[in-house]
Write a protein that binds this ligand. Structure first.
Ligand code: GTP
Ligand code: MG
Ligand code: ZN
Length: 325
């Protein structure tokens, strides 16, 4: 089983603590949530590693995703849907983040360290298998040099899908900087004795509300997709996934034609098993003076999550669910 703390494959040891059985990793000695170890086969782990430069929207993305999963009425669209935090820290993180966004605040810059995962079980997304998200978020500095990635971002090597978060409006030279981020990631992976060739890649353009009027001119289908990004559209995930694939192809074109990031595209295609694109606006609008003047209106933040589950959970696991529901 994958230990969420040291990310090794281990068999958790059951020991007694104050008369209560707990599960402990034999390698890092961290206590693993009982729900995680007991539900390991039924809810396989999906490592969600957000990779991106400082201030490109990683922490706000996670907060907005938790907000959407908890606050918006997804259970009314997906009749069997619910989430479950697997330990106290995960429950706290989710609640704190949702309260922060509701209170109009934004997170401070994330320190550079090896992060604790936020562990959330997802159940009942139609057409998607149940799973446990292990979300890792560290400071963007860790993705500026391969040595930093090795030291603080070792969780990336256990992800089946690398999620690259890129805010185009924060880049002066998008083709060069996007390629640099990718290059750093690929070198770091090899240093970690893993290889990007085993992973899928999803490029997530963040803060898209800041570029809709300017850059997306001439890409009306992309702009319309963002504008119509409310959660109602998620009611029919079958059609939704098809749409996501179309948008991915269009964003690939956009990355070449508009951003001229050909080197990035070529290197990505050659280095990963597959490359997809999506775009989000975690807040819906630009904050003013470091605060959110109005309630957030997240757009398309579930898209990266659906890509993650699509690419991370092996097909045989889906068949098992359909054969033995
Ligand atoms: N307009 C707009 N701004 C956003 C959005 N998401 C984040 N931001 C802005 O970007 C800032 C940085 O976002 P964070 O999520 O903290 O960035 P980060 O990648 O976690 O940064 P580090 O922790 O420093 O690596 C926020 O304080 C917001 O001002 C969005 O959807 N739209
Ligand atoms: Mg952060
Ligand atoms: Zn461990």
């Amino acid at each position: 089983m994958l230990c969420p703390f040291c990310l090794d494959d281990v068999t958790f040891r059951q020991v007694e603590a104050a008369g209560v059985p707990i599960y402990v990793c034999p390698r890092c000695k961290e206590q693993t949530p009982a729900l995680y170890s007991k539900g390991y086969r039924r809810y396989p782990p999906v490592v969600v590693s957000a990779v991106g430069f400082r201030q490109h929207g990683k922490t706000v993305y996670f907060a907005s995703l938790f907000y959407v999963l908890k606050q918006l009425a997804l259970d009314q669209l997906w009749p069997e849907f619910f989430t479950m935090g697997l330990n106290e820290e995960s429950l706290d993180t989710v609640q704190k983040n949702v309260a922060m966004l509701q209170g109009g605040q934004l997170p401070a810059s994330t320190p550079k360290n090896f992060p604790q995962p936020t562990m959330i079980r997802l159940q009942g997304i139609p057409f998607e298998p149940d799973c446990t998200l292990l979300c890792y978020d560290t400071g963007g500095e860790c993705f500026e040099r391969p040595s930093q990635l090795v030291q603080y971002g070792g969780f990336v090597k256990r992800a089946r899908l690398a999620m690259l978060l890129v805010s185009i409006s924060d880049l002066e030279d998008a083709p060069r900087e996007m390629h640099k981020l990718l290059n750093t990631y690929i070198v770091g992976m090899e240093e970690l004795e893993a290889t990007s060739q085993d992973q899928h890649l999803v490029v997530v353009f963040t803060k898209v509300d800041e570029i809709t009027s300017r850059l997306l001119d001439g890409w009306s289908d992309l702009r319309d997709y963002m504008m119509a990004g409310d959660i109602e559209s998620l009611a029919h995930p079958g059609g939704y996934l098809k749409r996501m694939r179309f948008i991915s192809d269009r964003l690939r074109d956009f990355t070449g034609v508009e951003l001229r990031a050909f080197e990035f595209l070529n290197a990505a295609e050659a280095s990963f098993r597959s490359v997809e694109f999506c775009m989000v606006s975690s807040l819906g609008a630009r904050p003013q003076d470091g605060r959110l003047p109005v309630q957030i209106v997240p757009r398309r933040v579930v898209d990266p999550l659906l890509w993650m589950i699509e690419k991370s959970v092996p097909p045989w696991f889906r068949w098992l669910k359909w054969l033995f529901p």
